[in-house]
Unconditional design. Structure first.
Length: 137
C-alpha cells in the first residue's frame, strides 16, 4: 500500500551548485549526501517541512540522470512514494497493468529499497517506490 509521497527527485548538472541554490531557497543545508554506485549518481537530501527533496547528479555518461539532463535539462525527474512492502506493491502494480522497471527491488539512497515504474504507464511521470531498510533486516 502506498503510504505517502516520500520525496521529489530533481536532476541537476552540478550537485554543489544545486545544493547552494536549495540551501538559500529553503534556508537550511542538506541533511545527507551520498554516492549511489549502482545508479552512478551523487545525491543530497533536503527537508522542506515534512517533505523531502532529493537532488541527483549523474557521475558518468551512462547514468540515467546524466542522460536525462542532456536530453531534457535539469528539472523534476521523479516522484517517490513510500510503501510498506515493496515486493507486494511491485506485484500489485504489475497485475494492474503498470510496467515495473525492476524485477526485484534494489538498494537506493537514504537507506531505501527502491524500484521504478515506467512513465509510459503512469501518465508521463517516472514513479519510484521506496521502502525503508530496517536495521534488523
Amino acid at each position: 500500500m502506498i503510504r505517502r509521497i516520500e520525496h521529489i527527485g530533481i536532476a541537476v548538472r552540478s550537485l554543489s551548485e544545486a545544493n547552494a541554490l536549495y540551501e538559500k531557497l529553503l534556508g537550511l543545508p542538506p541533511y545527507k549526501e551520498e554516492f549511489v554506485e549502482g545508479e552512478q549518481v551523487k545525491t543530497s537530501f533536503f527537508w522542506s517541512g515534512p517533505n523531502k527533496i532529493e537532488l541527483l547528479q549523474g557521475t558518468s555518461p551512462e547514468s540515467a540522470i546524466t542522460r536525462f539532463v542532456e536530453k531534457k535539462g535539469p528539472g523534476i525527474h521523479h516522484i517517490a512514494f513510500e510503501v510498506e512492502d515493496i515486493v507486494l506493491e511491485m506485484n500489485r502494480l504489475r497485475e494492474a497493468g503498470f510496467h515495473v522497471l525492476n524485477d526485484v527491488p534494489k538498494r537506493g539512497a537514504d537507506n531505501k529499497l527502491v524500484c521504478f515504474v515506467h512513465p509510459k504507464t503512469t501518465g508521463g511521470v517516472l514513479v519510484e517506490l521506496c521502502q525503508s531498510i530496517r536495521d534488523d533486516a
